[in-house]
Design a protein around this ligand. Structure first.
Ligand code: SF4
Ligand code: SF4
Length: 431
């Protein structure tokens, strides 16, 4: 638990940001949670009003405040639509840290974040065993989407989920440190947990595209989580340990850009590492700022740095009709929406078609999906309907976490639509 003096300082900092909200309600129109529940308490304005009286509420009903604050996807739709520029996500992230500092972290989360996540080697070994044994507990349900469900009573309920990959990315690919080739550029590759453990083909597609363009690659050994699962639960202790672990792996290496193929990792490194760096030493803060400034989504790197462009595919026979879902953390947090669309259309076999509400949240929201699955699935079904309406055989996106949610929704609906990462679609076209 944080001491009360420290908490008071954090609350004061929060109050300074809260005064910017003029209670106009523009955030209501775009909040996916409010669209399902119709409850003012679920929208950003309602949560900000609650936080305004945080000092009193902390002593009266801290768990009630925490529960209401956790009914949020951290999608950033409210921030993106706020005429006053209220930094809603920054406020919510800091408020969660304050409440967790006051209430303490639940034992299960403590065990996962501080016992597993911050020890990447141990975490990797454990999930390697999990990948070997998972067949005892799950059964495949959908060949096209590669989903499974629980054999008996499963804690994952009716979800159609992707299992752990039989071989994780870090087991397939050795650490790398190659020189720049024809492009003259070198990148550091931040893999992220979901790509490493569930979607290694995305990591392979990134390496394939980099090799094709003659880009040098630094891939460290023993890479770790970006820290977002811990931070979104208010655990700044585990978050800071993970930031320091990653800084030790990447700082001092000669690379031009740090790339990720996970929208959530990109937004976390670029926005949340600096936001939460206040308690770190000045030297560490400088390292955080330097890494954040160099971080880029892989499609942005391909298009803006390597000049990949749309290919005129007229006359091509094999036309795959494909649509795209904008991850909130890429479009709303970082403003990257054009580059993935260009990357997809750099594959001459693709015919691109926008879906309606392409940038509407898929409803995953990390632990939101675990704690409020009914709500998460209701939001996800709206996304599934828009994908089905597009008539496309493939939906691409730029975040492996969105891929988990979209896959679940399509699989439960029995749709014959493939889910791919934009870099996979691009890499398929490279000879
Ligand atoms: S957060 Fe922004 S959009 Fe929402 S009520 Fe406040 S000022 Fe209006
Ligand atoms: S971050 Fe998303 S879910 Fe949370 S209040 Fe804002 S719009 Fe609603």
């Amino acid at each position: 638990m944080a001491d009360l003096k420290q908490l008071a300082g954090l609350i004061k900092e929060l109050e300074d940001q809260l005064v910017v909200c003029m209670r106009c309600g523009m955030c209501q129109a775009v909040c996916p949670v409010f669209a399902e529940t119709g409850r003012e308490a679920d929208v950003a304005r309602g949560k900000l009003a609650l936080l305004d009286g945080l000092v009193q509420e902390l002593f009266k009903d801290p768990r009630g405040v925490n529960d209401r604050l956790m009914r949020c996807l951290l999608c950033g739709s409210c921030s993106a639509n706020c005429p006053s520029g209220v930094k809603v996500l920054d406020i919510f992230i800091k408020a969660r840290a304050i409440l967790t500092g006051y209430l303490g972290l639940p034992p299960l989360k403590k065990a996962i974040f501080r016992g597993l996540l911050v020890h990447p080697g141990f975490f990797d070994r454990l999930l390697e065993w999990g990948a070997k044994l998972q067949g005892l507990f799950v059964k495949p349900v959908d060949d096209l989407l590669g989903t499974s469900c629980g054999r008996l009573l499963s804690p994952l309920g009716e979800r159609h989920f992707k299992t752990l990959a039989p071989t994780a990315f870090h087991q397939m690919v050795k650490p790398m440190n190659t020189r720049p080739g024809a492009s003259g550029l070198k990148v550091a590759f931040f893999v992220g947990c979901v790509i490493d453990k569930v979607f290694p083909p995305i990591g392979k597609a990134v390496l394939r595209a980099l090799e094709h363009h003659g880009v040098g690659v630094y891939l460290p050994e023993d890479f770790a989580c970006c820290g977002i699962p811990a931070l979104s639960s208010g655990d700044t202790v585990a978050f800071e340990r993970l930031v320091r672990h990653n800084l030790r792996r990447f700082t001092g290496q000669p690379f031009d850009v740090l790339i990720t193929a996970c929208a959530t990792c990109t937004a976390t490194i670029k926005k949340l590492w600096p936001l939460m760096a206040g308690e770190l030493s000045p030297e560490t803060q400088d390292q955080v700022a330097a890494i954040a400034a160099k971080t880029m989504d892989v499609s942005q790197f391909m298009v803006d740095k390597l000049g990949v462009g749309v290919i005129n595919s007229a006359g091509t026979d094999k036309m795959v009709l494909l649509t795209y879902h904008d991850p909130c953390h890429l479009k709303k947090s970082l403003g990257v929406a054009l580059q993935p669309r260009i990357l997809l259309q750099a594959n001459p076999g693709v015919r691109f078609q926008e879906m309606v509400e392409a940038d509407r949240c898929c409803g995953l929201g990390g632990s939101f999906n675990l704690q409020h699955y009914d709500l998460s699935a209701a939001i996800g079904k709206r996304k599934r309907d828009r994908i089905a309406q597009s008539g496309c055989g493939v939906v691409a996106t730029s975040c492996p976490a969105c891929m988990l949610q979209i896959t679940d929704m399509l699989s439960q609906a029995g749709d014959r639509v493939q889910v791919k990462h934009a870099i996979e679609v691009y890499a398929e076209s490279l000879t």
